[in-house]
Design a protein around this ligand. Structure first.
Ligand code: GDP
Ligand code: MG
Length: 598
């Protein structure tokens, strides 16, 4: 296709502002798919995604659109992952485009993810077309939102398109704007092949499918290509596009977007952001911005029942076929036995994997407290990256420690600003910026240690702002911090899986709070249980779970047998997520009690 008639674009939006609905309408309008085949929100393919309303794996659609100028255009709509944990993937998807539709809810206005996404789009030099969505809502205020886009984001909103994805209003105007405002792709069909990988996934029939944006040259069935990061060569079996159903094509040329199938067996052989070229006629420079993504949050997964260990290994292996961004390696805990140390791109990513393990593989897991990677500079000159409290060096060996920091953007209605600032302060946050977006909302920028976000920040933020705050973050490097290891002892024995890393200033109150929270969740047993928090050899807090006084079933004596059975069954149910540590039964909640600390 002549590049003049190609437009590559994404839709960026804060969650729930209507990105998926709009994508559906664009597909429907251009007649790419039969209405009866059209499932709601076709682009979100996995169940969990649907429930959580996020898009994990990007999918891309080629649309044909005949514009008012009489020309037929090839529009490549590139779907981007919707969550902050997948930032790098979002940036690569955007890098495959020349423009983006910036969807903003007409009743809500600009939110934190709107801004984070816009920054990324601007970094990629994309042409932005504001779409003010949900104008059908009575509370829609198009003019206010336009002004917000101009004031807060600093882009011209005079050509913003008012739309309702739900009712199909403004769809044609949006398509005309795409054709009119988004530039045609640059690149040269006669240069050596250069194509950027912006997504990939594993398909059990086809093997690994990669999505590419061709920058220069072309790629045909039968061609050989190599990845520039590792020079591995492959033969092209199929190239094609999604319309949204997969459709094979003869070739993909400069400016176009599509999929490649080439006998790659494992997802980990493909890296997002990598460049494909022709090994016999190489492009000079790879596409810029290639980065190796590394997990930033770690936790332990242990089967409740030791005999499930192999099943857990199989499940992790299967999941990693579809998601090469999480890591796992076997680890051994004195308290929990055999399990895996797993690494994730963020907390949500961790929750998704955990949920899939439990739901799709029917595993019963104990999860240990999430932790970030600390850089520990030792007195002997060594630097170690620690992702597990068990590996934390002894205080005597430590010269200093650095922790990961994030830059957080939070948008919140005026009345909750005080609450949010208080929360950020308690999380060791440092204010970088604060200003009024309008007479009703404030935008805050803070630097906060990542470990403070990992521990239940998002839920707290939602609850202290009645759900009105929006939040996004980006990584902002490492900074020195006085971190210490807090151990928990149960009846005098340290339980390795309960140790956490905390800031020294918070050690005392966290220790106290933690033993209290554990006391609430550890059930009474036949003997008294002492719970202690300690820094090194020094016990800093203690609580006690008293022994049983009477038989639980005693109350039902002489009475109803079904009630008694129910009670016993309930106890059994509760036991499912218990782990025997020494003689003490410890429930899952105790391992995550640190998330409940205020
Ligand atoms: P996404 O998270 O940005 O992909 O948002 P969705 O497309 O999933 O939409 C979020 C919610 O907003 C859904 O309940 C949609 O039905 C609803 N929605 C989307 N567009 C419109 C619209 O134009 N008007 C109204 N009233 N609701 C909409
Ligand atoms: Mg969506």
């Amino acid at each position: 296709m002549d590049k003049k008639f190609i437009r590559n674009f994404s839709i960026i939006a804060h969650i729930d502002h209507g990105k998926s609905t709009l994508a559906d309408r664009l597909i429907e309008y251009t007649g790419a798919i039969d209405k009866r085949l059209m499932k709601d929100q076709l682009l979100d393919s996995m169940d969990i995604e649907r429930e959580r309303g996020i898009t994990i794996k990007a999918q891309t659609v080629r649309l044909q659109y005949t514009a008012d100028d009489g020309n037929t255009y090839q529009l490549n709509l590139i779907d981007t992952p919707g969550h902050v944990d997948f930032t790098y993937e979002v940036s690569r998807s955007l890098a495959a485009c020349e423009g983006a539709l910036l969807v903003v809810d007409a009743s809500q206005g600009v939110e934190a993810q709107t801004i984070a996404n816009v920054y990324m789009a601007i970094e990629q030099n994309l042409e932005l077309i504001p779409v003010i969505n949900k104008i059908d809502l009575p509370s829609a205020d198009v003019e206010r939102v336009k002004k917000e886009i101009e004031d807060v984001i600093g882009i011209d909103a005079s050509h913003a398109v008012p739309a309702s994805a739900k009712e199909g209003i403004g769809i044609k105007e949006i398509l005309e704007s795409v054709v009119k405002y988004i530039p045609e792709p640059k690149g040269d069909i006669n240069s050596p092949l250069k194509a950027m990988v912006f997504d990939s996934w594993y398909d059990s029939y086809q093997g690994v499918i990669i999505l590419i944006r061709v920058i220069d040259g072309e790629l045909k069935v039968g061609d050989t290509f190599c990845f520039m990061s590792n020079d591995k060569e492959y033969n092209v079996d199929k190239v094609g596009v999604f319309t949204p159903l997969a459709k094979n094509v003869d070739k993909l040329s400069a400016g176009e977007v599509g999929f490649v199938i080439s006998g790659i067996k494992e997802l980990k052989d493909v890296r997002i952001g990598d460049t494909l070229t022709d090994p016999k006629n190489r492009t000079k420079e790879p596409f810029p911005g290639f980065k190796h993504v590394k997990p930033v949050v770690f936790c332990g997964f242990y089967p409740v029942d030791t005999k499930d260990f192999e099943d857990l290994r199989d499940a992790l292996e299967k999941l990693s076929l579809n998601d090469s961004s999480f890591t796992y390696e076997p680890e051994n805990s004195a308290a929990l036995g055999f399990g895996f140390r797993c690494g994730f791109l963020g907390l949500l990513h961790m929750e998704i994997i955990q949920e899939r393990l439990e739901r799709e593989f029917d595993l019963n897991l104990i999860t240990t407290a999430p932790m970030v990677i600390y850089k520990v500079y030792k007195t002997n000159g060594e630097v170690v990256e620690v992702d597990n409290p068990v590996k934390f060096p002894n205080p005597g060996e430590i010269s200093y420690i650095e922790e990961p920091i994030i830059k957080a953007t939070i948008i919140v209605p005026n009345e909750y600003v005080g609450n949010v600032i208080q929360l950020l302060q308690s999380r060791r946050g440092f204010q970088k910026n604060m200003h009024y977006m309008s007479s009703t909302r404030v935008i805050l920028e803070y630097e906060v240690p990542l470990c403070e976000i990992v521990l239940d920040f998002y839920d707290k933020l939602k609850s202290i702002t009645k759900g009105y705050a929006s939040f996004d973050y980006e990584h902002a490097g490492y900074r020195e911090a006085d971190m210490v290891k807090l151990d928990i002892l149960i009846n005098g024995e340290p339980v390795d899986a309960l140790s956490i890393i905390v800031h020294r200033d918070q050690a005392y109150y966290k220790g106290r709070d933690l033993v209290e929270k554990m006391k609430e969740v550890i059930p009474r047993q036949m003997f008294e249980i002492a719970i202690q928090a300690a820094l090194g050899n020094k016990v800093i807090a203690r609580s006690t779970v008293k022994a049983f006084r009477k038989n639980v079933t005693a109350k039902c004596y002489g009475g109803d047998i079904t009630r008694k059975r129910k009670l016993l069954e309930k106890q059994k149910e509760g036991k499912k997520r218990m782990k025997m540590v020494g003689k003490v039964e410890i429930p899952q909640e105790a391992f995550l009690a640190v998330l409940k600390i205020n």
